[in-house]
Design a binder for this molecule. Sequence first.
Ligand SMILES: Nc1c(C(=O)O)ncn1[C@@H]1O[C@H](COP(=O)(O)O)[C@@H](O)[C@H]1O
Length: 161
Amino acid sequence: MADVALIMGSSSDWQTMKAAAQILDEFEVSYDKRVVSAHRTPELMADFATSARDKGYKIIIAGAGGAAHLPGMVAAQTTLPVIGVPVKSRALSGLDSLYSIVQMPGGIPVATMAIGEAGAKNAGLFAVQTLALTNERLHDLIIHYRQEAGKMVKASEVELV
Ligand SMILES: Nc1c(C(=O)O)ncn1[C@@H]1O[C@H](COP(=O)(O)O)[C@@H](O)[C@H]1O
């Protein structure tokens, strides 16, 4: 069974959410990806959320845009940690998605990332870091990842000269 469930409200979110998948691939973390919608497939969403822990998932990444109720509704129905990714919407550039996800009532948290691709990438990294609490292989890889990222920043600085 996969460690991470990567869900999104529509297949149109994949362009954004694949940044999370790329990180999970890079760190060789197992995941399942699927479209689940609080609005369009409410029964499927309830079934997914209530069975997610028993299926062996350790963490859920949920991306949605606009009236982005999916991450919060899933969080309400599972004790697994949920990372929310606000997908950039056409009408309001993702501010609606961000507010819908981040403004949870006290008691049911969703770890909310930034709007768009950077948020999806960080969702992947946040999931990896969470799993690294009990996984030395992942911990070593995170340290390596950051060292490499630092080297790239330093290399790009040289190009400014
Ligand atoms: N926000 C939600 C939910 C939900 O929260 O359950 N289900 C779909 N959607 C969002 O609707 C947007 C437009 O979807 P379409 O492109 O399919 O019309 C997507 O960004 C999706 O996440």
